[in-house]
Design a protein around this ligand. Structure first.
Ligand SMILES: *Cc1c(COP(=O)(O)O)cnc(C)c1O
Length: 378
């Protein structure tokens, strides 16, 4: 274990504490922030939100992008756009950050958990197909869960740590079953599946710019879609559903204050300019890690086939629970921050009674996967 700590300290060129993921502000961040402050437009109006939305849409290859206050809000609105209502059901993976399930719960809908693939750590199309065939039927063009008699309206796969899941197959299955595909791309900015950007396969995609993500605005998120009607509706309900008027306050439905402040957008525009550089440096780090861990007989997780990963959070797959615990204990005690993958959603108190498929791959990964320092090294 000491050799692992030594290698990571050498790689990050420091003897001090090494965090899991730090942001890097090495471009126009201060310039744009100053400009934003000088203009006094720090809040709901300003050019940086528009610039960011345009540039982000271009980056991922979607027609529209709508900035939001964080990634959870982006997911919440995405599910509203997907027409998910109270008492509907939404299929997702148990191995994800809590935000995915929170967004489902905000609507009053219930998650159903299907398994992940071992190599992608993302939702498994095989498990999804099995679940639907065994538990569901199409009635009046809608997918009905035969056990609960409820409608399954949406499916949210997540691209774990930036590694794309088998999204094309998932999309085909969702199409057959009339389920709207919403992608949780929070971790996968800069990741592609068969040369198409993650988050753009579904009808709607959501991304996050929380402090630990590949680019950050402190907090922030974005919704992407190719559908003009949905894009307009997303803007409308994230900005209190206010009808444009020179001075009157007229709102035409109950909506949300989920807009991204201009000051956060200013930071984000500068961050987005550096995405290519961050991606290249993360890939360099992954190459170094892979070489080192392979020669030490530890499984380093690399991008799955047919995909290009952003390597947002680097990860190793340890042999068993015991080795995982030893690894976490030793590294954290010795100044190298490491973290286990999430506890499975279906094991949390709020979701323990949700319907689920056989989750053996998710369980296997939960017991073995550990994230290691992943910041961009300058
Ligand atoms: C970060 C993240 C989100 C969104 O988080 P926010 O902190 O609300 O921006 C959603 N899903 C996943 C999988 C995430 O990692």
């Amino acid at each position: 274990m000491q050799n692992i700590v030594n290698f990571i300290k050498q790689t990050f060129k420091t003897n001090e504490f090494i965090p899991l993921h730090e942001p890097r502000f090495i471009g126009n961040e201060k310039k744009y922030l100053n400009d934003c402050i000088d203009s006094t437009f720090v809040s709901s109006v300003g050019k940086y939100v528009d610039t960011f939305e345009k540039e982000f849409a271009k980056t991922v290859g979607s027609k529209y992008a709508i900035a939001t206050v964080n990634g959870t809000a982006a997911l919440h609105i995405s599910l509203i756009l997907a027409n998910v209502k109270t008492d509907n059901e939404v299929i997702t993976q148990p191995l994800t950050f809590i935000a995915t399930c929170n967004a489902i719960s905000y609507i009053g809908a219930k998650p159903i958990f299907v398994d992940v693939d071992l190599d992608t750590m993302g939702l498994s199309p095989d498990s999804l197909k099995n679940f639907l065939e065994q538990n569901c039927e199409i009635i009046n063009n809608q997918c009905v869960n035969k056990t609960t008699k409820k409608l399954i309206k949406a499916c949210i796969p997540m691209h774990t740590f930036g590694h794309p899941c088998r999204i094309e197959e998932i999309k085909n299955i969702c199409d057959i079953w009339n389920i709207t595909l919403v992608e949780d791309g929070a971790e996968s900015l800069g990741s592609f599946y068969k040369h198409k950007h993650t988050g753009t396969f579904g009808k709607i995609g959501a991304f996050s710019f929380n402090g630990n993500k590949i680019i950050t605005s402190g907090g922030g998120g974005v919704i992407v879609t190719d559908d003009e009607v949905l894009a307009k509706r997303a803007k409308h309900i994230t900005t209190t559903a206010k009808i444009p008027h020179p001075y009157e306050y007229v709102h035409d439905e109950i909506a949300y204050n989920y807009r991204l402040p201009n000051i956060n957008a200013a930071l984000l525009v500068a961050q987005l300019e550096q995405l290519e550089k961050f991606l290249a440096l993360k890939r360099d780090l992954a190459v170094k890690y892979e070489e080192f861990f392979t020669s030490n007989k530890i499984d380093f997780i690399t991008e799955p086939k047919d995909s290009k990963s952003n390597y947002w959070l680097q990860a190793v797959l340890l042999e068993d629970l015991k080795q995982k615990d030893e690894f976490l204990e030793f590294t954290n005690k010795n100044g190298v921050m490491t973290r286990p993958i999430w506890k499975l959603m279906n094991e949390l108190e709020m979701y323990k009674d949700c319907q689920k498929a056989d989750l053996k791959n998710a369980k296997y990964l939960e017991e073995r996967v550990v994230n290691i320092p992943s910041s961009v090294i300058l």
